[in-house]
Design a protein around this ligand. Structure first.
Ligand code: SAM
Length: 898
């Protein structure tokens, strides 16, 4: 661009020069020293950074050249240096010679070659002005000295010395530059100055090129500015600078940003902790306050949260003078209030689930489970059914990968119990959880299968459809009204391989044995189906649980006895309940494992929570982890339990271990009875009843109740006494030693010496009646239960057990029977043996139906050990479809035909 400047020609001076043609433009030397200009403009900080950059550049260059010098000819290095000179490439050789003269070591970068003739001058050869100018060069030297990355070898030191010498030589040339800048040079010196200019330009151009590199560090500089704003991080970041050299500017910036964020997060956490610490600790209300205050639901909810927080870190948040028990009591009360549970059930749930999970469980139990249907594969395919229902405005989806027959219905424009498909038997309305026990049972075609508690036939019909209407399904239920539902459903669904019976399941071994598989979907408290039947929350009590527990154990033993261990295809028993309480699940299975030749096998269900192997202070058989639990909050289905047993022998086991166990149980019961309180209780009871049955001293070790509590207890017991109440299982809370359930029965059976228990299927038909008479003299009347049966059956449309007692208002009022309040009966208020008889006018068909009498059922484990040994010897293999032709079974058979 423009005309080229010529420095070689000297403009002529003198007269007539105005007339001359305008010569080439003359540029001030200053124009070629942009660095000088820039330096003047730079701020102090910028200069510092510039110096830093320079230092780095010099160090890098030194390193680079050192490397090259090691691997290449020195000449090449010199050429490289000379290449920076644009103006006089032809002088390369001369310069090289000069440099050689200046220093024998060529490793030092030749930024500015020495001008000719200058070398012979005085060693320093600088004027005072030069001294001033030389300062930057000295700085350069200083930079080299602290070079951190130098090897520290002697060679390096030599190198530095050499470079210093050269720099001093270079300064000669720069001296000329300084002189020119000052404008004080003589014309005679101009040629030399020009050459100096050239050298100066060379030097400066080299610097410029370096500057370009430096400019590439602009980002770094920017971040350096940021450093300036964050003085605290300066030191750290400076330390990292060296490590960051290899990184891109953006990476360095990112690193710094992350550091800063981490610091801020840390600060925020600290602040939060401080704030929490400063917060007021939740103050437990005292009883007076509690009585006065009427809390809103929101306040209760808030208090639940507060107490939960305290319990989550009790040491930290507790009030020094308050115990954990007080907090738990308050929490239980609040939860009962908020979710409308009685204290008994809430306490059971609190025992069972950790606090956070409990809250989830309670919340999930408030929400209805999705409506699900099961395709009846005897009549249709799921895809076809889904299509048909979708056409009717039903919005549905497959239930899950785990089932090929389930459909979940999101919404429907038609009632699902009245569609043509329903009436045609293409599907059954069933909860998702009710598919699980049948899947675990895994029925096979042509097998003989017993569904012991079948009404209304949901699972039974599922079994039949898997069997493809082959083999025989025995669908039994003790509730005659509910039997009708089985018949109706089976008709609708096109099941033709079923025999429906109405028998007491606990006696089924007398009717028929030798089944390939038995399903026992046992009657239970229904604590898993709270969302379906909210009344469960307030109506269940300790008595209900114990009643169910007794019945379940007896039904399960019978189910095992009805199974043929030698079945070629089966020999399996599946036990299930829609309760989540361990008393009705693990406890029952654990009991059966001890009493029969069965073992737990995997259910085949690939989801569900493992069953408990321990619960509070209780320990179950380790294989109970093979059983499965289902919860509304984890599986979005009703609370459910499934266990699968394999029978491996038809004989009834009486092992040495069992003998010892039985003896131990006896000892414990005796020991419990001998506690002063229990002894007194038994004494009083015996004096009233004069019966053999004794309470087992469950109050041993328990705190005594206040008078009011005892009064409430008495009233409650009066209401809830039934023949089923046997106070059998150990209470999970604070009960050091518990009475064994079999104890009273043992005593009775010792006297009666019934042969019923001797072998499977060999029970004498006349014995149960005799025994019943005897036992019923010691327990509340059965008719009260029959009434409650009826009420429940009418009330509950679902398939839960209907054998539970009527709503126990007291249990709601006083928090229900806590496990820590085990006193069974108060002979003062209600002598044992007295029966709460319902008015005869109210007795219905239900009353005439076979009633379950827990005490009437033979319990092998209750036999004296010697007797059991005898039984073992006499035990026979169960015959298939063997039936007694005499006694009450005959009547039952006729009933069955009806
Ligand atoms: C949970 S429900 C069964 C539901 C059924 N498995 C289904 O899927 O439709 C329990 C049933 O057991 C019946 N049951 C109660 N005690 C019984 C007993 N001792 N023998 C036989 N069935 C009994 C009840 O009448 C009730 O129908």
């Amino acid at each position: 661009m423009g005309r080229k400047a010529e420095y070689s020609e000297k403009p002529k001076k003198g007269p007539g020069r105005k007339a001359r043609k305008q010569g080439a433009p003359v540029f001030r030397k200053q124009s070629f020293a942009p660095m000088e200009e820039e330096e003047k403009k730079l701020s102090h900080r910028q200069k510092q950074r510039s110096v830093k950059r320079e230092q780095k550049k010099v160090v890098q260059k030194a390193k680079l050249q050192e490397k090259r010098a090691k691997g290449k000819q020195p000449q090449q290095v010199k050429r490289k240096t000379a290449y920076n000179s644009d103006s006089e490439p032809e002088n390369e050789d001369e310069e090289v010679v000069q440099q050689k003269e200046a220093s024998s070591d060529e490793e030092v970068p030749q930024l500015v070659p020495a001008p000719k003739g200058q070398k012979s001058k005085a060693p320093k050869g600088f004027t005072d002005d030069n001294d001033a100018w030389l300062k930057p060069k000295k700085l350069k030297k200083q930079v080299k000295q602290p070079e951190p990355e130098s090897d520290g070898d002697k060679d390096d030191e030599d190198l530095e010395e050499d470079s210093e010498a050269e720099l001093e030589d270079d300064s000669d040339g720069e001296d000329g530059l300084e002189a020119e800048e000052s404008g004080e040079e003589e014309e005679d010196d101009e040629e030399e100055d020009d050459s100096d200019n050239d050298t100066a330009q060379i030097g400066k151009l080299a610097d410029l090129s370096d500057d370009e590199e430096a400019n590439s560090d602009d980002d770094f500089d920017v971040s350096g500015d940021e450093d300036g704003t964050d003085a605290a991080s300066d030191s750290d970041e400076d330390e990292d600078d060296d490590d960051d050299d290899d990184k891109l500017p953006i990476e360095r910036a990112n690193k710094k940003l992350k550091k800063r964020e981490a610091k801020e997060a840390q600060l925020a956490d600290d602040e939060m902790l401080e704030t929490v610490d400063r917060q007021d600790v939740f103050q437990l209300p005292n009883e007076a306050e509690e009585a006065e205050k009427d809390l809103t639901l929101q306040e209760v909810q808030q208090r639940i949260k507060d107490v939960s927080l305290v319990l989550s870190d009790f040491k930290k948040y507790r009030q020094a003078d308050r115990s954990r028990g007080e907090y738990i009591d308050l929490l239980r009360k609040d939860l009962c209030l908020y979710y409308s549970y009685n204290e008994f059930l809430m306490e059971k749930l609190m025992d069972m689930l950790p606090l956070t999970e409990l809250m989830e469980y309670l919340e999930a139990s408030e929400i209805a489970r999705p409506l699900t249907i099961r395709t009846n594969t005897l009549k249709t395919r799921r895809r076809d059914l889904a299509g048909a229902l979708i056409n009717r405005g039903v919005n549905l989806d497959p239930l899950g990968k785990w089932t090929k027959v389930g459909l979940v219905v999101f919404n429907s424009q038609v009632p699902l119990g009245a569609t043509p498909e329903y009436l045609a038997g293409h599907y059954m309305i069933q909860g998702a959880s009710s598919l699980l026990p049948v899947m675990a049972l895994a029925p096979q075609e042509n097998e003989r299968i017993l569904d012991m508690c079948s009404a209304p036939g949901g699972k039974g019909s599922h079994i039949a459809s898997i069997m493809k209407n082959t083999g025989v399904l025995f669908a039994n239920d003790s509730n005659r009204d509910r039997i009708k539902a089985i018949v109706a459903n089976f008709h609708r669904l096109g099941i033709v391989n079923a025999v429906v019976s109405c028998e007491d399941g606990t006696k089924f071994r007398n009717i028929m044995t030798g089944f390939d598989r038995v399903l026992l979907d046992a009657p239970c408290t229904g604590t898993g189906v709270v969302s379906k039947d909210p009344s469960v929350k307030t109506t269940k009590s300790d008595v209900d649980v114990q009643r169910c527990y007794n019945l379940q154990r007896k039904l399960l033993l019978t189910a095992i006895d009805c199974t043929d261990a030698k079945s070629s295809s089966g020999g399996y028993i599946v036990y299930s309940t829609c309760s989540v309480l361990p008393e009705e699940n693990e406890w029952v299975i654990d009991y059966a494992l001890k009493k029969r030749n069965v073992k737990l096998v995997p259910t085949g269900l690939d989801f569900g929570v493992e069953g408990f192997t321990k619960f509070r202070q209780h320990r179950f058989h380790p294989s109970l982890n093979l059983t499965k639990r289902y919860y509304p909050h984890t599986h979005n289905m009703d609370g459910f339990y499934v266990a699968k047993l394999k029978k491996f022998s038809n004989t009834i086991p009486i092992t040495k271990e069992q003998q010892e166990e039985d003896e131990k149980q006896l000892d414990e019961a005796i020991e419990a009875e001998t506690t002063p309180e229990a002894a007194k209780e038994v004494e009083e009871e015996e004096s009233k009843d004069k019966g053999p049955r004794k309470l087992l001293g469950k109050r041993a070790g328990k705190p005594s109740f206040t008078e009011i509590e005892q009064e409430l207890k008495k009233k409650k017991r009066e209401e809830s006494k039934t023949k089923y109440v046997a106070k059998v299982f150990e209470q999970p809370v604070k009960a050091p030693k518990k009475p064994k359930p079999e104890q009273p029965l043992e005593k009775k059976e010792k006297k009666s010496q019934t042969p019923v228990e001797k072998t499977n299927g060999t029970e004498s038909p006349s014995k149960p009646a005799a025994k019943k008479t005897k036992v019923n003299g010691n327990v509340p009347a059965p008719k009260a239960d029959a009434k409650s049966f009826k009420k429940k059956n009418q009330a509950n449309a679902n398939d839960r057990d209907s054998t539970t007692k009527p709503v126990d208002k007291k249990s709601t009022a006083n928090g229900g029977d806590s496990p820590a309040k085990p006193k069974a009966k108060d002979p003062k208020t209600k002598p044992q043996g007295k029966v709460q008889q319902p008015p005869k006018s109210k007795a219905s068909k239900l009353d005439k139906a076979p009633r379950i009498d827990v005490d009437d059922i033979p319990i092998l484990e209750g036999k004296p050990i010697k007797k059991q040994n005898k039984l073992k010897q006499k035990s026979k293999q169960i015959g298939h479809l063997k039936k007694s032709k005499t006694g009450p079974n005959v009547g039952k058979k006729q009933k069955f035909k009806k």
